[in-house]
Design a protein around this ligand. Structure first.
Ligand SMILES: *[C@@H]1O[C@H](CO)[C@@H](O)[C@H](O)[C@H]1NC(C)=O
Ligand SMILES: *[C@@H]1O[C@H](CO)[C@@H](O)[C@H](O)[C@H]1NC(C)=O
Ligand SMILES: *[C@@H]1O[C@H](CO)[C@@H](O)[C@H](O)[C@H]1NC(C)=O
Ligand SMILES: *[C@@H]1O[C@H](CO)[C@@H](O)[C@H](O)[C@H]1NC(C)=O
Ligand SMILES: *[C@@H]1O[C@H](CO)[C@@H](O)[C@H](O)[C@H]1NC(C)=O
Ligand SMILES: *[C@@H]1O[C@H](CO)[C@@H](O)[C@H](O)[C@H]1NC(C)=O
Length: 428
């Protein structure tokens, strides 16, 4: 009986070996293949960045080469169970090189750590939340089901490499996530790091709206989920195109500006800043028929000057934070903005021009969906859902006296409440 089984197995193995170059190699439970054929295309489903995403990806046989132009890093991902590509020169883990690291990893991922809110959102959009196995100790998200998941998982720390070496008068230190205690594969991060096992996810650096959404494709490549990413992205792209077309007839030509008051921990407002819009934000506002105020970033110490600079704005997007006395910050409410911008003080009455955004109830913050840890969905799903974000801009463009029917933008003058999300809101 034993002999028969062995003979059968040998025959089956020989048959399987013959088939290797014609049918895709079966992957085991961890997604690894058990043999390597250099002539095979291991990634028949591919993604491509078509918009201003800030990353490029190319495929060869058993490897994917990704250049993250925002973080300034190169990632070589190869199919697990096949050899590391000969040209993949990973930066040594103990290198003190500043920036431009090359990092190499076997894919698909199955056990990863999170320190990136948009990576968390991408994993949920791709149905890959079960691959999250840990998170950085200070990482927070808005998604209720990810909050619930993270609560039951290990928190990891960053460790500082030694020896720290003095180099051109700078003390160069390595900062890496401590994945040692478990079999975690890598960490998704928010910027390039001196960590051979971290990958940076940067939709905020994209130059247009759909380029942001393309970071779904970037994350998918780490899990061989290209086909799914192409489906998810195509839906966003289609909806974005339809909304843009609809809004083109609206053409409100309203001007939207970004500003903040600068409050220090003792509660004193020390000045006001007009910020430049990110390139993707300017492109999104233009697609909604509005114009972004694109002066240089300017700080004002006189409120009158600030009013003069902003009086022509039809909507103001506030970027202020309310510092807490003992560190940290919380989300401003309308009363904070009234005080922070002096909107009901005599300073305003002395100003020469009326403030269009104030009389039109059009002061917004992108924190309508926030978690009790003060994470905002702005940093999470908004980075990828360009279609829904354009709907918000369309609402802001169309409203005569302040929009309230928005997904992420909270109308402060109309005192729309923050939608505070906790793990208890997870219905799964
Ligand atoms: C899957 O394949 C990889 C690479 O060949 C191997 O290291 C791993 O042990 C295999 N896992 C299982 C469950 O067979
Ligand atoms: C970054 O590293 C790559 C090799 O990995 C090299 O070809 C490139 O010139 C480097 N770029 C910069 C800006 O240092
Ligand atoms: C608060 O801090 C600012 C700047 O650090 C300082 O100029 C001001 O005097 C402080 N005010 C009080 C009441 O401590
Ligand atoms: C978050 O904001 C709340 C008030 O809304 C504040 O009480 C709390 O201390 C803040 N938490 C953090 C971590 O800053
Ligand atoms: C501004 O006015 C509101 C009521 O309209 C009031 O609650 C708030 O305290 C005032 N703030 C300042 C700084 O005067
Ligand atoms: C609110 O917005 C949604 C989609 O953004 C739209 O379908 C709905 O008609 C809007 N409702 C109102 C009252 O404007």
């Amino acid at each position: 009986m034993l002999l028969r089984t062995q003979v059968f197995s040998a025959a089956a193995a020989a048959l399987a070996a013959l088939c290797i170059s014609t049918v895709p190699v079966a992957a085991n439970e961890s997604g690894c293949v058990s043999s390597f054929d250099p002539s095979q295309d291991y990634f028949p489903d591919k993604v491509q960045s078509k918009y201003g995403s800030g990353f490029d990806i190319t495929y060869t046989g058993n490897a994917k080469y990704i250049r993250n132009n925002i973080a300034g890093e190169t990632y070589v991902l190869y199919q697990c169970g096949t050899p590391v590509p000969a040209d993949a020169k990973s930066t040594p883990a103990n290198s003190l090189q500043v920036g431009n690291w090359t990092k190499v990893a076997a894919v698909p991922g199955s056990k990863v750590a999170l320190d990136s809110a948009p990576a968390s959102a991408a994993l949920e959009l791709l149905g890959l939340q079960d691959t999250v196995a840990a998170s950085y100790e200070r990482f927070v998200v808005t998604s209720p089901c990810m909050q619930k998941r993270l609560a039951g998982l290990p928190r990891i720390q960053q460790s500082y490499g030694s020896p720290a070496r003095r180099r051109r008068a700078h003390l160069v230190r390595r900062v890496a996530y401590d994945l040692a205690s478990s079999d975690l594969q890598w960490t998704f991060t928010t910027y390039g790091m001196t960590d051979a096992r971290s990958f940076s996810v940067n939709p905020e650096g994209a130059s247009d709206m759909l380029g942001k959404a393309e970071w779904i494709k970037f994350v998918a490549a780490f899990f061989n989920k290209e086909a799914e990413a192409n489906r998810v992205f195509a839906d966003i792209e289609t909806r974005y195109g339809a909304t843009k077309k609809r809004l083109a007839t609206q053409q409100s030509q309203r001007t939207v500006g970004l500003a903040r008051y600068n409050k220090v921990a003792n509660g004193t407002v020390v000045g006001w800043t007009v910020e430049q819009p990110e390139p993707w934000l300017a492109s999104g506002l233009a697609d909604a028929g509005m114009a972004a105020y694109t002066g240089a970033t300017t700080s004002y110490t006189s409120i009158g000057r600030f009013y003069d600079a902003t009086s022509g704005w039809n909507a103001l997007i506030d970027r202020s934070t309310e510092p807490l006395a003992h560190g940290g910050a919380t989300l401003p409410e309308w009363s904070d903005l009234l005080a922070g911008y002096g909107l009901n003080s005599t300073a305003r009455d002395g100003s020469s021009k009326p403030l269009a955004y104030l009389s039109a109830n059009s002061i917004y913050r992108s924190d309508l969906i926030s978690s009790y840890q003060n994470a905002t969905d702005y940093n999470e799903h908004l980075q990828l859902r360009a279609d829904l974000l354009l709907e918000d801009f369309g609402q802001i463009a169309a409203a005569q006296s302040g929009a309230t029917n928005t997904t992420w933008f909270r109308n402060l003058p109309l005192e729309v409440r923050v939608d505070w999300i906790s793990a208890d809101d997870c219905k799964n």
